[in-house]
Design a protein around this ligand. Sequence first.
Ligand code: UT7
Length: 333
Amino acid sequence: MPYSQIVGAGHYVPENVVTNYDLEKLMDTSDAWIRERTGIHERRFFTPGKDTVTSMAREASLKAIERAGLQPTDIEFIVFATITSDYYFPGCGVLLQRELNLPGIGALDIKNQCSGFIYALSVADQFIKAGTYKNILVVGSEIQSTFLDLSDKGRGVAVIFGDGAGAVVLQATQNPEHRILSTHLHADGRFAEELAVRDPGGSRPGRWLTHEMIDDGGTDVVMNGQNVFKHAVVRFPEVIKEALDANGFTTADVDLLIPHQANLRITKYVGEQLGLPEEKVVSNIQKYGNTTAASIPIAMSEAWENGRIQPGQLVCLAAFGSGFTWASALIRW
Ligand code: UT7
């Protein structure tokens, strides 16, 4: 049976840097509050007319493919994680397939919020282990800045999120030494409305999107930040331990944890709970904010570029977010 190995990673972030000081000019917030509560210093917002969710994904993908030593035509399938697709439908998978000029190959969209990338990686891993494909592109890309209410009313949500894209190439290998060891996916839909955008929706009386929905705030991001935080600090360590237990490891065996970048306080708490020193936990939320499905592949691509990921290391990915959904992946690099 083949195993799957990550053979290339790439990322793209828009050039437009938005600092906490820039946000101070738009809403009643402060650099001090944002840094203390989230760890974020700045984030990137897309440039209209230049960046789209798909174009950012294309840039990240081309880097990942090049670093894998492959050509785009080697890619046999695309799994695209996003909650901010360019169109309501079709999803970004087919748009990326078009931009990479790969007519005919399958393209699957995954809408699992902050856990989206690990869900996408897990789906790709199953296809490779089943022998269906040899090279799969797994992508996370988000433009969230247009979802944010950059006024006093939206400040509890707006300061956290940013835009960006990351991608990896997953390849079939017969070598058990370098591979994804396991993935673990969870959800609890009882908390669906704790972090959500309710509208537009197919089940509405009349039209699926109306002016009233917008006026009533239905298209705004609603987040019960404290409750998300409370669940995150339980689920992150739980799902990381699940991955380690499943493979007969302990936290002492972990070389690098790449968590979804939700909040630096969450990441630090999780690291402490697991007894992982700071140098074994990747944090780049300071520069990019929370980029949802893109945060793990961006962090992974940067860590790889910076030499923090080395062959043979035990690398753990973990995520928690809206749904609630949470997930982990354990990789022998
Ligand atoms: O990937 C999953 C995505 N979401 C998350 O991970 C969110 C998890 N939750 C969090 O990160 C935190 O709950 C937040 C960063 C969202 C908020 O931090 P907090 O420490 O939970 O603050 P809070 O919501 O309890 O608000 C504390 C105070 C409130 O004022 P009062 O009622 O104490 O007077 C808020 O109105 O801070 C106020 N506040 C702000 N002040 C300045 C809320 N947002 C802001 C802001 N600037 N941007």
